[in-house]
Design a protein around this ligand. Sequence first.
Ligand SMILES: NC(=O)C1=CN([C@@H]2O[C@H](COP(=O)(O)OP(=O)(O)OC[C@H]3O[C@@H](n4cnc5c(N)ncnc54)[C@H](OP(=O)(O)O)[C@@H]3O)[C@@H](O)[C@H]2O)[C@@H](O)CC1
Ligand SMILES: [K+]
Length: 460
Amino acid sequence: MPPSDQVLTVAQMQAAEQALIDGGESVDSLMLKAGRGAAEWIFRLAVDRPVTVLCGPGNNGGDGYVIAETLRAWDLPVTVVAPLEPATDAARNARTAYWGGFSAVGHGGVFVDCLFGSGLSRPLGDELAGLVRTLAGTHASCVAVDLPSGISSDDGVLLNEDLPRYDLTVALGAWKFAHRLLPARKAMGELRLVDIGVARVDEAARVISRPALAAPTQDAHKYTRGLLAIVEGPMPGAAALAASGAVHAGAGYIKVLGEASGLPVWAVADPRPLDEALEDRRIAALLVGPGLGRDGAAEAKLEAALAFDLPTLVDADALHLLNPAMVAGRSAPLVITPHAGEFAALAQAFGVEAEGRIDAVRALASAVGGVVGAKGPDTLVAGSNGRLAIAPPASSWLSTAGTGDVLAGIIASRLASGDDAFAAACHGVWLHGEAARRAGPAFSASELAAHVSGAYAACL
Ligand SMILES: NC(=O)C1=CN([C@@H]2O[C@H](COP(=O)(O)OP(=O)(O)OC[C@H]3O[C@@H](n4cnc5c(N)ncnc54)[C@H](OP(=O)(O)O)[C@@H]3O)[C@@H](O)[C@H]2O)[C@@H](O)CC1
Ligand SMILES: [K+]
């Protein structure tokens, strides 16, 4: 099987295909593997319904002819709609090898979109967009091969409006960013991956998968497991929620630096002035931001916290205060976890200008000199060295107040436990998503936090 966690850009996919060709494959042989692999999934979906394959001019269209011929040979009624002539040798060869018929309107049954794949370079013209919509509307099920036509592979942007929703998208060779990012992901239905022999690409982005975590060693004590200090602000509920997430995610000791009213009994408050409290050499990681406020006092706390150069997670209010001077000269790991609004403020503060979300997240990580967990329904984690990971789809019930504080607590807990910053962010995002899955519908942030230990148990 192909590495099922890697996500490739179009350029990386082309390089991977070239490596296969250098190793003795041809475009035609790869197209046969891709088309036949896709045909198997379509055959299962179709059962005995007729299939209409829309074939474009490039190699995605070539895949379509292979699919049509494969299904025809398996005795399914198949027709091809071909508004454009094949323009590549492989697509021409595949069309020549197709022995079935053509039609202008299709068959009903299953619509298979092989108009454009990763070679789409601009929005569909009105005529082609109309044809895709009509065929989708006149068939009971819709399948996209590699990508739905009209979607930009490298960033998941919809280049046309009113694109159809697909029941199934069969990715060829590797996942592309569009399979993992919104809004494209929403249009794709079920996702399946066909193996054409693509190897692991070291610098590829990854989908975050279940981490392997360890239980504490036999001789562990609370400090070896990690002391996490959470800087409290005027809204102590946020620090308490972060502490609840943190206690279930690995750290052995959670201390809240402040008055800590309303804290659970197992968390320890340290009400001394922050500078003094931060002198505790046993602190393994710091969390600053949840409930911190955005006034002068908050800014002073953030500066003090960052000056200690400990592994630190900056979240929430603190992200509106963070600036380049505060992170200059730091050497300890830093993680920031902005949602879209906080990201925009940070991009301005750090002078990040980039086209597209992925480049922007990478550029911010580089400017901050740390790891960015860009939160949202399709969370991205970027390291300052260009590493990128994409969260698997998570429960939409996470869209409720306080879940971000819980996530901050979990990631900070992983930092205190000794994960490096990138791993802490990835492990934390996975634990948070899994806790939400276990919490079911309509949970509160504290109920979410209580499910983190169940998520942890799944990683042992
Ligand atoms: N390479 C391999 O080994 C393998 C590749 N595989 C398959 O190949 C697919 C990529 O193939 P591809 O690069 O040929 O691109 P594809 O998406 O078919 O379209 C390009 C054509 O469309 C045209 N065009 C673009 N936008 C347009 C628009 N809006 N409106 C009109 N025309 C437009 C463009 O023309 P141009 O932009 O030059 O005008 C060009 O003619 C990939 O997704 C996978 O399915 C698999 O078989 C495995 C082996
Ligand atoms: K397609």
